[in-house]
Write a protein that binds this ligand. Structure first.
Ligand code: 5GP
Ligand code: MN
Length: 331
């Protein structure tokens, strides 16, 4: 049972604010292979702790995509895959993690009796924290951090505003997805008033394409395949393609939108080879199908329209399993 269902959001916010005020020496962590909302939320939580005069360390498993290096504190985020950390933390704030598994190996740094504040917007979140701040209709975890910043009376510096705006911008696909509510645009508008340069960020984060991305896109599109009724479409990228394009995770972002954006397609899929018999599957729905439920049935999770999971096996068999599951939901 999620705590969203049991505790009113206002009370969750008050408890989260107490969590920030009552402790010191925090670990802030987001999900493995962090994306825009993960990096923004990690940094926003850090900036709020800084304003409260607290000590904190930000550690994620995986590199923070380079394109977010304009965010204040970016260089301070520790990549646990590349850096040893030999201490534990009694107070942890997780942001944008749908379940405990999403924290990844950083969970090794949690003390035995850890106090854990779980801040997230994924509907599949299972309220794994000792305190939980969950709002499933929030477009981004950054939107929840905006609410929390208001409750603790944070100062709206350009640095904090950039984080909130970036999380909103990336998780709404540039204020275009169905999660772009009036509240999202109202917060974004407020952030612009605090000095965020919306045009510059949109150009930098959404318009510009890396060479590696375009190289991968060229390869991915040659693999484009459909079901007979053309309602499900998918592309794959092999580990060799990724290596040849010298692509990192951020260069893969957006590839799954190509199958999904095709007229008549209800679900678009991307099969990314991680190691020879291991594939990361990205799922995007035009709205009819809840892909988070499908991803969850394969051990993953996410949102109604954007979800993912990882499967082990040969590609043809994995494609068959996933496409069959999606087709079943569609029929
Ligand atoms: P993407 O396809 O961009 O990696 O992920 C889309 C959405 O699904 C994101 O919100 C992400 O957090 C979620 N997601 C992706 N992979 C997993 C997974 O393995 N487990 C869970 N719980 N969520 C995932
Ligand atoms: Mn998010």
């Amino acid at each position: 049972m999620s705590s969203e269902a049991t505790t009113p959001y206002r009370e969750q916010l008050a408890e989260a604010a107490r969590f920030l005020r009552d402790h010191d020496d925090y670990l802030v962590v987001s999900h493995v292979t962090p994306d825009g909302d993960a990096v923004s939320s990690t940094l926003a939580a850090g900036l709020m702790l800084q304003q409260l005069g607290k000590r904190y360390v930000m550690i994620n498993e995986g590199n923070s995509p380079r394109k977010f290096d304009y965010l204040s504190g970016y260089e301070s985020i520790v990549n646990y895959s590349a850096t040893a950390v030999d201490r534990t933390f009694a107070n942890v704030i997780s942001v944008d993690c749908a379940d405990f598994k999403r924290v990844g190996t950083v969970s090794k740094l949690f003390a035995d009796e850890v106090s854990l504040l779980n801040i997230d917007h994924h509907p599949t979140n299972d309220a794994f924290g000792s305190a939980n701040l969950l709002r499933f209709d929030a477009a981004a975890t950054a939107e929840i951090l905006y609410d929390l910043a208001c409750v603790i009376g944070a100062r709206w510096t350009k640095e904090l505003s950039d984080c909130i705006y970036t999380g909103l911008l990336t998780d709404t696909g540039g204020f275009r997805y169905a999660n772009t509510t009036p509240k999202v645009l109202q917060i974004a508008s407020e952030m612009l008033q605090y000095g965020v340069n919306g045009n510059e960020l949109a150009d930098h984060l959404l318009e510009k394409l890396s060479y590696s991305h375009v190289a991968l896109l060229r390869k991915a599109l040659t693999s484009l395949a459909f079901t007979d009724d053309k309602r499900i479409a998918w592309v794959r990228v092999s580990a060799a393609d990724i290596e040849e394009a010298q692509a990192s995770n951020e260069d893969l972002e957006g590839l799954v939108n190509y199958p999904r954006n095709i007229e008549g397609v209800e679900v678009g899929l991307l099969f990314k080879q991680v190691v020879p018999d291991r594939y990361k599957v990205s799922m995007r729905s035009a709205g009819l199908v809840d892909v988070s439920a499908i991803a969850k049935s394969f051990g993953g999770g996410g949102h109604v329209r954007a979800a993912g999971c990882t499967l082990v096996g040969e590609l043809p068999e994995i494609v068959e399993r996933v496409v069959t599951a999606v087709a079943k939901e569609l029929s």
